[in-house]
Design a protein around this ligand. Structure first.
Ligand code: AMP
Ligand code: TRP
Length: 333
């Protein structure tokens, strides 16, 4: 039997190369060897200030983007279509140490970010790791592919699972493990001292679905060497371009350009040209697939509603057993 993998991502309209190479490509690759379930987690997206008018559209856009790059529809669900996550979250709240939640690094960081003019920080933001634990444990996931920043949240999920198991006197939940796979950290091409991200602004991210001429132009204007890199060391901008080339799977071109670099004969224009073309080659099928999906929006929605309903059955099964174990009374469906 294949091991179970669960991962989730908050809906943001765009998908940039950092998201793709840092997370989503891995999702696509894992589908071959694992029993994968992937969520677009909109309940998480409302923990920070947001625009209710835009959220639903953003969620569907993100689904389209995931499908376009190769995530299979039957592995995908939208979190608000599986409301059991929130029910399990409530139960888990009562198995979670309040102190542990207040110590979460991401909570500390995000509560600074979230604090608007009125100083509002939602209780949902504090509670969000418990919902994440529910996302994971509800499918009895063995592995959770995430970045290092999520390590603390996975630790919490294991603590909750253990506490629950101890309390009910049964090894009910599997303790999920983090699956750290080697995913590159992509830097902003406009400022290679920071990571590629949407929040930093237009110049600082390259959209996976951008037109070829836009991609070429963004790579062409990438910062290479600002002159402050110590002699004999590769500058972050150049290293980032090499990283992109490797991430595109262009091993031969990578090796050839790397030996040119080592011989001290690399022309940055050649590197940029190659990286630009590699990205265009990689993303062209994605762009085409996205166009097709956009032309059949209704079918896409139906498909994802159906896959979410199918995935929901597994979630319902878990919640039913948990309620039984926890001494709660079950609804008869
Ligand atoms: P975010 O939208 O920033 O929450 O990121 C969603 C996912 O993409 C997370 O799993 C991140 O680890 C990944 N990611 C975001 N930006 C980058 C980047 N510049 N390089 C690598 N991975 C990234
Ligand atoms: N908290 C994760 C992030 O910020 C997203 C997430 C929500 C998640 N639920 C999850 C990741 C379950 C893995 C498993 O990136």
């Amino acid at each position: 039997m294949k091991k179970r993998v669960l991962s989730a991502i908050q809906p943001t309209g765009d998908m940039h190369l950092g998201n793709y190479f840092g997370a989503v490509k891995n999702w696509v690759d894992l589908q071959k060897d694992y029993d994968c379930t992937y969520g677009v987690v909109d309940y998480h997206a409302i923990t920070m200030p947001y625009d209710p008018v835009k959220l639903r559209q953003t969620t569907w856009d993100f689904i389209t983007n995931l499908l376009a790059v190769g995530v299979e529809a039957n592995h995908l669900f939208i979190q608000s279509l599986v409301p059991e996550h929130t029910e399990l979250c409530w139960i888990f709240n009562c198995f979670t140490s309040y102190g542990q939640l207040t110590r979460m690094t991401q909570f500390k960081d995000k509560s600074k970010e979230s604090k608007g003019e009125d100083g509002f920080i939602s209780a949902g933001l504090l509670d969000y790791p418990v919902l994440q634990a529910a996302d994971i444990l509800i499918y009895r996931a063995d592995y959770v592919p995430v970045g290092k920043d999520q390590e603390q949240h996975l630790e919490l999920a294991r603590n909750i699972a253990l506490r629950f198991n101890n309390q009910v006197g049964k090894e009910y939940f599997v303790l999920p493990e983090t699956l750290f796979t080697e995913t590159p950290k992509i830097l902003s091409t406009a400022d290679p001292t920071r990571k590629m991200s949407k929040s930093a602004g237009e110049k600082h991210h390259i959209n996976v679905f951008a037109d070829p001429q836009v991609i070429r132009k963004q790579i062409k204007s990438a910062v290479t060497d600002t002159g402050d890199t110590p002699a004999g060391k590769m500058s972050p901008g150049v290293a980032n371009l090499f990283e992109l080339l490797k991430a595109c799977g262009e091993k031969e071109a990578y090796d050839a350009l790397m030996s040119t670099y080592r011989a001290g004969q690399l022309k940055y224009v050649d590197l940029k040209e190659t990286v630009g073309e590699a990205l265009v080659k990689l993303t062209t099928p994605f762009r085409e697939r996205k166009k097709e999906l956009q032309a059949s929006k209704k079918e896409v929605k139906e498909q994802i509603k159906a896959s979410s309903a199918e995935i929901r059955k597994r979630a319902q099964e878990t919640v039913k057993e948990v309620k039984e174990l926890a001494g709660l009374i079950n609804v008869k469906y």
